[in-house]
Design a protein around this ligand. Structure first.
Ligand SMILES: [Zn+2]
Length: 106
């Protein structure tokens, strides 16, 4: 059996297209700050909600980040949405890295 493409992708085999209204982990990660800022289209927010429902990794990521944001907002009354987004990116990177290293699959 020879792969049609002539080479084998070792990193996952994610289809370039995806079902309409669905998001994958990468997209959740990319859109998370907008999602938490309530700055995404309702359709996307719902797709993320749905993904969160069946993806434990993203559930942890979203819950952790949301909590972080709430703490930040409570902490600083002067926080602007822009500042939150920036801090969120930093918090996100940290949270994402943690969840990655904490995962024990093969
Ligand atoms: Zn996910």
């Amino acid at each position: 059996m020879v792969p049609k493409s002539g080479r084998v992708d070792t990193i996952g085999s994610q289809a370039p297209h995806r079902e309409r209204g669905k998001v994958d982990c990468n997209e959740v990660y990319e859109r998370l700050s907008e999602y938490l800022d309530k700055d995404v289209r309702e359709e996307l927010a719902r797709a993320i909600d749905e993904h969160r429902g069946h993806c434990p990794d993203c559930r942890v990521l979203i819950d952790t980040t949301r909590m972080t944001v709430v703490l930040y907002q409570r902490d600083s009354h002067m926080a602007t949405p822009v500042a939150i987004s920036q801090r969120l990116r930093i918090a996100l990177s940290a949270a994402y890295r943690e969840s990655e290293s904490g995962r024990g699959d093969v």
